[in-house]
Design a protein around this ligand. Structure first.
Ligand code: GDP
Ligand code: GDP
Length: 454
């Protein structure tokens, strides 16, 4: 029962932490056979540790979510990338570089019975260059007689060697305490800190009906804001109550003040749009459904995607549509808006008030997708399956592999893939499609970037 409770507590800590933001990554590095996997299993608290006795055996899972003393983190086991005998030294350095690139803290495992080898020294050089905090684990200190071997590792110049026995558990608690001390303080996300209403940018080319829609929304729903002495009389943003909640519509002054410069109008409109997007979390792109989609509409949609904002597409002037136009519109959307097929669509009429309430549901959906975080272990299990079923095509005799993936950020979701080669665009699109099928991400752009180790 004690064990069970510990596990439950761990699960709760992890859930709380995943809601709070990205987990810090702790990477376990070292040459083969020093006991990395044994240590990982020890930290994860598994009773039956599955450890191969043969150096170079590859394991398929590399990242685990776990917790110690109430602090959750992702544990990265580089044992899964064990190199083959050929070119081993280079591969070990490579692994260390990759771990360092992802990790907040590195646990460097050395076999204290064997002592520091040349391969260990080359890892030390990588670790030193990185400037990342390193906790040195002097492993295989199974009893007090091994302490002297551990102390000899002061020579590596990485600070105190923590004597541990991954096999028996000796010293592993102290090691983890040292790891927690080295972790950066829990990161705060900019938007999280700010409480209060979500921020919406209502954008679209001139004449699509932005100010009409704004008037319709605000007519009965404008929130009463206490005028604060000394603030400007002409507020640029407006607080509007929709679906029982308040929303900040940013730069409504820009929408209402209909300044139409004769020349350069489009240029100024685009500056305004981009300024509004900067301050918003979600954008409603309004288009005129009664007219063909224009270049400018598409440009505005791209601006939202590039700004990394949640996106809702609203088709206005629905009251003007006849059947013929409706069919045309469906075709247009299929053809021209395929790249944003993940965005929720709402057909509205600012004039009649048709379905404007649906905008709230759509914004909620988009904001949810925008903040979605996939735990590292889940993400790697997912990529493992996807890649096994659909490996990257072989190019020039080489086949790039994904070794590790992590979601580096939310709002919007950003993924970093550690690969052994360049993933071509069509394959990245395939991965993005699969990610969306698996985890949702409705209404949000997502970003996939690569860190390549040739
Ligand atoms: P990795 O290749 O670095 O992941 O190393 P493994 O975890 O696979 O361990 C290599 C070998 O060292 C296995 O036979 C383990 O049982 C053994 N080993 C690991 N940790 C310890 C330890 O603390 N003490 C002893 N005596 N053996 C250990
Ligand atoms: P903005 O430039 O995007 O702010 O667009 P406006 O709100 O000024 O609207 C441009 C024109 O479209 C005006 O003549 C509006 O009356 C008209 N309009 C806006 N929304 C609708 C709608 O839902 N249906 C119809 N039929 N006309 C609309």
């Amino acid at each position: 029962p004690g064990e069970e409770r510990r596990v439950n507590e761990r699960v709760e800590t992890m859930q709380a932490a995943t809601e709070q933001g990205p987990l810090p990554v702790v990477a376990v590095v070292g040459r083969p056979n020093v006991g990395k996997s044994t240590l990982v299993n020890r930290i994860l608290g598994r009773r039956a540790a599955v450890v191969e006795d043969v150096p170079g055996v590859t394991r398929d899972r590399v990242a685990y979510e776990t917790a110690w003393a109430g602090r959750a983190f992702t544990l990265l086991d580089t044992g899964g990338w064990n190199p083959d005998a050929q070119g081993m030294a280079a591969r070990i350095t490579e692994q260390a570089e990759m771990a360092v690139a992802t990790a907040d803290v590195v646990i460097f495992v050395v076999d204290s019975v064997v002592g520091a080898t040349d391969a260990d020294e080359s890892v030390v050089r990588v670790l030193r260059r990185s400037g990342k905090p390193v906790v040195l684990a002097a492993n295989k200190v199974d009893g007090p007689s091994g302490e002297a071997d551990a102390a000899a590792l002061w020579n590596l110049g990485l600070g105190e060697p923590h004597a541990v026995s991954a096999l028996h558990g000796r010293g592993s608690g102290d090691l983890l305490d040292a790891v927690l001390d080295a972790l950066p303080d829990a990161p705060q996300e900019a938007f999280d800190e700010e409480e209060g209403p979500r921020r919406v940018a209502l954008v679209g080319r001139p004449n699509v009906g932005k100010s009409s829609l704004l008037n319709t929304l605000a007519r009965e729903n404008r929130a009463v804001v206490d005028p604060v002495a000394g603030t400007t009389v002409d507020p640029v943003d407006e607080l509007i109550v929709l679906g029982d909640r308040e929303w900040w519509f940013v730069d409504t002054a820009g929408i209402r003040r209909r300044v139409r410069e004769a020349s350069g109008a489009e240029y100024y409109a685009s500056l305004r749009t981009s300024a509004a997007l900067d301050r918003a979390e979600v954008a409603i792109v309004l288009v005129d459904a009664s007219e063909p989609l224009s270049e400018q509409d598409l440009r505005i949609i791209s601006m939202v995607v590039d700004a990394g904002r949640a996106l809702v597409l609203a088709y206005n002037k629905w009251d003007l549509l006849d059947d013929e136009r409706r069919i045309m519109l469906e075709r247009e959307i299929d053809r021209q808006l395929k790249h944003v097929s993940w965005a929720p669509r709402v057909n509205v009429s600012a004039l009649t008030g048709r379905r404007v309430d649906r905008l709230v549901t759509a914004m909620d959906t988009a904001l949810d997708g925008w903040s979605t975080r996939v735990p590292t272990a889940k993400l790697n299990a997912f990529f493992g399956d996807v890649v096994a079923a659909h490996p990257h095509p072989v190019r020039g005799g080489k086949q790039p592999r994904i070794m590790f993936a992590t979601q580096a950020d939310t709002r919007p979701p950003r993924f970093v893939l550690f690969t052994t080669g360049f993933l071509e665009a069509s394959y990245r699109r395939f991965l993005e499609r699969r990610l969306r099928e698996e985890f949702g991400f409705d209404g949000t752009p997502i970003e996939l970037s690569m860190r390549i180790r040739e």
